[in-house]
Design a protein around this ligand. Structure first.
Ligand SMILES: [Zn+2]
Length: 375
């Protein structure tokens, strides 16, 4: 393999996928014939499903998919044409199998022809009545590892810092392996915090498209180490920070205490024998800190200001901007990083024109290509 050129590898892989497709159709045809003759029974299996999972060692999901696709193939000649032309996969076929009727088969096949699996999922969902899912929170067992969900951000993450940190005044840093909100001690009802650490809960609810869009957006702007629990946990924290009356009251008291101590300080500074005014003291401090800043700041900093990061993210639509020689844009939304077109180490600036979003893999590829070009 290592001796082959890139185009040879690509051709070989395409050929293998074509072969795989032909083999899949052959397997589905065999399944139908085994089913028609009830051969699985004479071979010692209770069902076609049992035959697939035990004799062929297919996973339960693969067995289910193949059987559904095989029955589809048997009933609808169009399914065979689409499968042969690779306009649909066995997996895609199995996804619409339960929805097909003699009346809708023609239009449904036209709709899914040539579509990606995720698009077929959406088409199928649009034709299906959503099952009723009741909101539920139920304990499912003990938790072997208490710290979960937020495993610290990767250093090369585009949004490694907590994007909500500036808004939240709770002082909780989600990257600091703090336990998620539901594991915080419940002192009011006397629950032992150590005991509650040991339990995990399953939470179920159905959600609207808008909710899913917001969730997808939240995933993009958070560190990739944040799972669903971390994201929703942070959203809950922010909501409670704004709406929880106890927290609002605590903030109010803090503000009032601050005002009182400030007015006491004002009175003291205005008393005779104390020449320094509050204003004078502040300007001296400000001058000192700005002098320190001027001395401490290096000529060039790797830090990209968050406003610039946001501008790059918005311009590039939150997707990898890598474009292949054939003009195919990667467009990945996972593991995004900010890349300097002219590398920072070679004098590249933090400017909108010199920055772009690349996924981690394309960022590494670009770095490799650059170092090869240097040789
Ligand atoms: Zn990419």
């Amino acid at each position: 393999m290592r001796q082959l050129s890139n185009s040879e590898i690509v051709q070989r892989a395409d050929r293998a996928v074509r072969n795989e497709n032909e083999l899949t159709i052959a397997i589905l045809d065999c399944l139908n014939e085994i089913d028609r003759r009830s051969l699985y029974l004479t071979e010692g299996y209770s069902s076609l499903f049992d035959y697939c999972t035990r004799r062929w060692m297919y996973s339960r999901s693969k067995a289910g998919r193949y059987i559904a696709a095989a029955r589809c193939l048997k009933k609808y000649p169009t399914a065979r044409i689409l499968l042969t032309d690779r306009k649909i996969t066995a997996c895609g076929l199995s996804h619409i199998a339960g929805l097909l009727t003699d009346e809708n088969a023609k239009t449904l096949f036209e709709e899914v022809s040539g579509k990606l699996y995720v698009e077929i999922e959406k088409i199928a969902a649009s034709r299906r009545v959503a099952p009723k899912i009741r909101d539920s929170v139920r304990p499912i067992g003990k938790n072997p590892t208490p710290a979960i969900g937020m495993n610290g951000a990767d250093s090369d993450d585009l949004f490694q810092s907590d994007p909500f940190a500036s808004q939240s005044r709770s002082g909780t840093d989600c990257n600091a392996k703090s336990p998620p909100p539901e594991f915080e001690a419940d002192s009011q009802n006397g629950t032992d915090p150590i005991e509650s650490l040991r339990h995990r809960y399953e939470i179920r609810f159905s959600a609207s498209e808008e909710f899913c869009r917001d969730l997808e957006r939240a995933k993009r702007v958070c560190s990739r180490s944040w799972n669903l629990e971390a994201i929703l946990g942070r959203a809950l924290k922010d909501l409670l920070e704004k709406r929880d009356p106890e927290r609002k009251e605590a903030r109010r008291k803090k503000r009032e205490a601050g005002k009182q101590s400030k007015s006491r300080g004002d009175l003291r500074s205005q008393s005779p024998g104390n020449p320094a005014t509050v204003g004078g003291a502040r300007s001296a401090t400000e001058k000192k800190s700005s002098d320190e800043g001027a001395q401490a700041s290096p000529a060039r900093s790797r830090h990209i200001p968050s406003r610039l990061r946001d501008a790059v993210f918005t311009r590039d639509e939150g997707r990898c901007t890598y474009v292949s020689g054939d003009g195919i844009r990667c467009g990945s939304t996972a593991h995004l990083q900010i890349d300097h077109i002219r590398p920072f180490c070679r004098g590249g600036e933090h400017t909108l024109d010199n920055l772009r979003i690349y996924c981690g893999k394309h960022n590494r590829l670009a770095a490799r290509e650059m170092s090869l070009a240097d040789r």
